[in-house]
Design a protein around this ligand. Structure first.
Ligand SMILES: Nc1ncnc2c1ncn2[C@@H]1O[C@H](COP(=O)(O)OP(=O)(O)O)[C@@H](O)[C@H]1O
Ligand SMILES: O=C(O)C1=C[C@@H](OP(=O)(O)O)[C@@H](O)[C@H](O)C1
Ligand SMILES: [Mg+2]
Length: 162
């Protein structure tokens, strides 16, 4: 979910394991020459999901952490590609934590129908996050460093010593 810590913890994880880092939200913005919010505002959330699928399917692996947007899970094809590249980590958060971290989420370019509540979105997505996760890490009540440490501890040995 947006606000679960993928971007910030992803950087910490890359530093901790001496890996590279890429945030696919930035790849989308670079390739489109506009912000995610602008895409949602002009073409709608489904257009953003289509663009995201293309960018995710083109991303390469290697020794790096890939932080995606929270809507990556809407594409089965993209998730199959990411699964083949490495370990898919799900950062689990509850609704109160999300509300606290996101503040006014209407300005965050979330890829969802305007009428869908954050609660309904979380419920819909949690099924998908669990389906694709190789490793699930609770983010609630943990600092970003603690989340990073929990990921490292949960990774298969070959990724911890890459
Ligand atoms: N474990 C955490 N504890 C407290 N705040 C966090 C934690 N993880 C992320 N945040 C905060 O939540 C916001 C969203 O984090 P971000 O890494 O951008 O999430 P995502 O990429 O999943 O949307 C940021 O303000 C970040 O500092
Ligand atoms: O979950 C979503 O619908 C989205 C999350 C965002 O990324 P973060 O999850 O990194 O905030 C970004 O991809 C876009 O605004 C859509
Ligand atoms: Mg992010």
């Amino acid at each position: 979910m947006p606000g679960s810590g993928k971007s910030t913890v992803g950087v910490l994880l890359a530093k901790s394991l001496a890996l590279g880092f890429v945030d696919t939200d930035l790849l989308i913005q670079q390739s489109e020459g506009r912000t995610l919010q602008a895409i949602v505002d002009t073409e709608g959330y489904q257009a953003l999901r289509r663009i995201e699928e293309r960018v995710l399917c083109e991303v390469s692996g290697g020794h790096r952490v890939i932080s995606t947007g929270g809507s990556a899970v809407y594409s089965e094809r993209a998730m199959a590609h990411l699964s083949a590249l490495g370990v898919v980590v799900f950062l689990e958060v509850t609704l109160p934590t999300l509300r606290q971290r996101l503040g006014d989420f209407s300005l965050r370019g979330i890829s969802k129908p305007p009428e869908q509540s954050l609660e309904a979105l979380l419920d819909e997505r949690n099924h998908l996050y669990r389906r694709y996760a190789d490793l699930t890490i609770v983010s609630d009540g943990r600092s970003q460093h603690e989340v990073c440490e929990a990921i490292v501890a949960g990774l298969p040995e070959e990724w911890r010593t890459s």
